[in-house]
Design a protein around this ligand. Sequence first.
Ligand SMILES: [Zn+2]
Length: 234
Amino acid sequence: MLDADTQISAASYEIARLAAGGALAGVDAIMNDKADNVFCAVRPPGHHALAEKAMGFCLFNNAAVAARYIQQKYSLNKVLIIDWDVHHGNGTYEIFIDDPSVFYFSVHQFPHYPNSGTEDETGIGEGLGYSLHVTFSGGQGDREYIAAFKEKLLPKAREFAPDFIIISAGFDAHKDDSLSGMQLSAEGFGELTHIISQLADETCNGRIVSVLEGGYNLTALAESVFLHIQELKS
Ligand SMILES: [Zn+2]
């Protein structure tokens, strides 16, 4: 046990490297014109992992590693990470807290694990204003999420004008998921994907790598991922 939630086995290191590497392979596929966008069906998830510490089921921060890879290998400057997992991606937020080249948007339940990510946390130093948190107390669903994306994310994202978008795609805000008190439907995840796809078409040639984070009701996860991928493909 690395912490109360994070169990590892002898195989975990190799599997976690494959998960992070999956996101990098997704970036390569897009940059080499083999795909318009990519969904990475990987586990373990990543968004709680700090640069030097695993936590909350997460070993390596797959989305953060992919963001740095985009910048270093392909010399693209600005990466937008959109995290709709029901939990705050404290690892991603901390890694880029003072970095204006990575904009981090998270919508999550609060208070809830890991008890970070209040709306007045917006980065520090040069990164001040390059993180945006939207918190929900529980009970919110498609209507509230869509409004948050349109009214809060989109104006900031258009101003930031990303070269690449990464989605930290957790599906644990689904109404049937026991790890949250949210009410999103599978169709709602499809609608959020549609909003992001349009944003990507406007700003960054449609470049999106979506990386699986949470999602613990397997039926809800399958239905939500299916509609997510349908929207990415359309
Ligand atoms: Zn989660």
